[in-house]
Design a protein around this ligand. Structure first.
Ligand code: NAD
Length: 476
C-alpha cells in the first residue's frame, strides 16, 4: 500500500473536492502510484491563517514542551522507518537500504533539535551606568514558508520542520510533488506526536505559483528553500523585495582533489560508491574529479572498475545498489551534458547512456579529457556522471576547484597533514571532507557559500535562521 496523499492544513488531512490532482509515478516502473491533490487558493489562505493563529500560542510555548514533541517524533520515526522508506523507494527510486538510512538518520535530526531548542539563550550586557539593565533575547521570527526537493524527500523536509518548530515558529511547507509520500508521512508523525494544530501545514501545487503566493503574503516572515541555484536566486530575490529572511540550501559542483600521496585504491572505491549514492542526485555529490598526475592512471582504473560493477535496478529488488533517476527530466538533462562532452573532445570511458526503455535508468558514467569549461565541468549534472581530469600542483588545483560560482561541499584525499591544512583553508566551500565523507550529521552545520546558498541547517547554527534578536534596555 502506497501512502495516502493529502494536504495537511490546520491539523487536518484534506483532499478530494474539486482540487486538481497530479499523478505520482514510480520512476522504476512508470506505474502510477497515487494522486496528489493540489492546494486551491483558499487552501493556501487557510494554511496561512492557521499558521498565523497557531503562532500566538506556539511562540510562547515552553522549550520543554517543544522538546518533548520533537523527541516523540524521533521515536515514531524509528517505529515507522521501514514503511516510510518503502514509499520513498517507490516514488523517488533510491535503493531501499538508502531510503531506510535516510529516514533513520532523521530520528537523530529530531532528537538533536529536541536537545538544542532548550538551549536557545540570550545574554546580559554589562551597562555603562548603575540602574540600567541590558539584555538580548532571541525570539521566533514568525510564520515560515519552506520548499523542499525530491532527492531526499524525508530528510530535506524534516530539517526545515524541526528547526522552525524547535525555534517556536510555525510553518507552511510545500514538498516535492514528484516524490510526496515522505512529506505526508512527516505530517502524520508530527500530528501523532501531539504538535498543536496549525503549527505545521503541508501544501502541494505548481511550485512557482505556490511559492510566489506564500512569499508575497504579509503573514510569512521567513523563507527556506532547498533546490537548484536558479530557483533559489529567484525565490531569494522575491523574499528580498519583501524584506524577508532566507535560508537557501542550493546546488553544488563539489570538487574532489586526489593527491599522489593518498591511498589511491581506497579513495577510488569510496568515491565510486559515494558518487552513485542516490544515483548522483545529491547536492554534495562528488562532481569534478581532479587527480594528481602520478596517481591518475591507477585512480581511473580502479574507479572505472568499481563504477562498472555497481548493480543498477529497481530500488526494491534485493542487491540493487543504484536505482533509477527520479524523473524523466534528469535523463534528458544528462543526455545534454554528454552531448556537450562529446563535442568538447571528452572520452566516455564507462556508461554514457540510459539503460533500457522502461524506467529512468542511466548507466554510471565516466568522462575524461574534458576541458575545464565543458558543461559537465561547470554545471551541476545531478546524476551518475563523473568527469575525471589531471592536475599537477596544489596552487593550480585550488585555483581550478575555486573557479566556479558554487561553494557547497569539497573532498580531499591525501596523507600529508600539510596538504590537508593548506587545501582545507584554501577551498571556497561550506564543507570540506578529508579522506572520508562526514557531512550532514545532525550535530554538524550543513550549508554552502557563494551561489550554493545562505545559512546552515543542523549543528549549533540550526536555529539562527529562525530567530530574531531583540535588545531590551531598562532603567530602574
Ligand atoms: P528544478 O530547478 O525545476 O527544481 C528543483 C526543486 O525546486 C524541485 O523540488 C522543484 O519542485 C522546486 N521548484 C522549482 N521551481 C520552484 C519555484 N518557483 N518555487 C518553489 N519551488 C520550486 O529542477 P529539477 O529538475 O526538479 O531538479 C534538478 C535540479 O535541482 C538539480 O540540477 C539540482 O541543482 C537541483 N536540486 C538541488 C537539490 C539540493 O539538495 N540542493 C535537491 C533537488 C534538486
Amino acid at each position: 500500500m502506497y501512502q495516502d496523499l493529502a494536504l495537511y492544513i490546520d491539523g487536518e488531512f484534506v483532499k478530494g473536492g474539486d482540487r486538481h490532482e497530479q499523478d505520482v509515478v514510480n520512476p522504476a516502473t512508470l506505474e502510477v502510484l497515487g494522486k496528489l491533490p493540489h492546494a486551491r487558493r483558499d487552501d493556501l489562505d487557510r494554511a496561512l491563517a492557521a499558521a498565523q493563529r497557531a503562532l500566538e500560542g506556539w511562540k510562547q510555548s515552553s522549550p520543554l514542551e517543544r522538546s518533548k514533541i520533537l523527541r516523540r517524533v524521533g521515536e515514531l520515526i524509528r517505529v515507522r522507518a521501514s514503511e516510510i522508506a518503502r514509499n520513498v523507494t517507490l516514488d523517488q527510486g533510491k535503493p531501499l537500504a538508502e531510503a531506510i538510512s535516510e529516514v533513520m538518520a532523521c530520528a537523530e535530526h529530531a532528537e538533536w533539535h529536541a536537545e538544542e531548542c532548550r538551549r536557545i539563550y540570550g545574554r546580559v550586557i554589562p551597562p555603562r551606568q548603575p540602574g540600567v539593565s541590558q539584555i538580548v533575547v532571541r525570539e521566533p521570527v514568525g510564520v515560515c514558508a519552506a520548499f523542499t526537493p525530491w532527492n531526499f524527500p524525508f530528510n530535506q523536509a524534516i530539517r526545515k520542520i524541526v528547526a522552525a518548530v524547535g525555534a517556536g515558529c510555525t510553518l507552511i511547507l510545500k514538498g516535492p510533488e514528484d516524490s510526496p509520500s515522505a512529506v505526508v508521512a512527516l505530517a502524520q508523525l508530527f500530528h501523532d506526536a501531539g504538535l498543536p494544530q496549525g503549527v505545521l501545514n503541508i501544501v502541494w501545487g505548481v511550485p512557482a505559483e505556490v511559492s510566489t503566493y506564500l512569499i508575497e503574503s504579509p503573514i510569512v516572515r521567513k523563507i527556506s528553500f532547498t533546490g537548484s541555484v536558479p530557483v533559489g536566486k529567484q525565490l531569494a530575490a522575491l523574499a528580498g523585495a519583501h524584506m524577508k529572511r532566507v535560508t537557501m540550501e542550493l546546488g553544488g559542483h563539489s570538487p574532489v582533489l586526489v593527491f599522489d600521496d593518498a591511498d589511491i585504491e581506497r579513495a577510488a572505491e569510496m568515491l565510486a560508491h559515494f558518487k552513485l549514492r542516490n544515483a548522483g542526485q545529491v547536492c554534495v555529490s562528488p562532481t569534478r574529479f581532479y587527480v594528481q598526475e602520478k596517481a591518475y592512471d591507477r585512480f581511473l582504473a580502479r574507479f572505472t572498475e568499481v563504477m562498472g560493477s555497481v548493480r543498477v535496478g529497481n530500488g526494491l529488488d534485493e542487491g540493487t545498489q543504484m536505482g533509477p533517476l527520479a524523473h524523466e527530466r534528469r535523463i534528458s538533462s544528462l543526455e545534454q551534458f554528454l552531448e556537450d562532452a562529446s563535442l568538447r573532445g571528452g572520452r566516455i570511458v564507462a556508461g554514457g547512456a540510459r539503460i533500457g526503455n522502461k524506467g529512468h535508468f542511466f548507466a554510471p558514467t565516466i568522462v575524461t579529457e574534458l576541458p575545464d569549461d565543458a558543461k559537465l565541468m561547470v554545471d551541476e549534472p545531478f546524476g551518475p556522471v563523473a568527469p575525471v581530469t589531471r592536475f599537477r600542483e596544489t596552487a593550480e588545483v585550488l585555483r581550478r576547484a575555486n573557479s566556479l560560482p558554487y561553494g557547497l561541499a569539497s573532498y580531499v584525499f591525501t596523507s600529508s597533514l600539510k596538504t590537508a591544512a593548506e587545501v582545507s583553508s584554501g577551498l571556497e566551500a561550506g564543507m570540506v571532507s578529508i579522506n572520508h565523507f562526514g557531512a550532514a550529521l545532525a550535530e554538524t552545520p550543513f550549508g554552502g557559500v557563494k551561489d550554493s546558498g545562505i545559512g546552515s541547517e543542523g549543528g549549533l547554527e540550526t536555529f539562527d535562521g529562525y530567530l530574531v534578536t531583540k535588545f531590551i534596555t531598562q532603567f530602574g
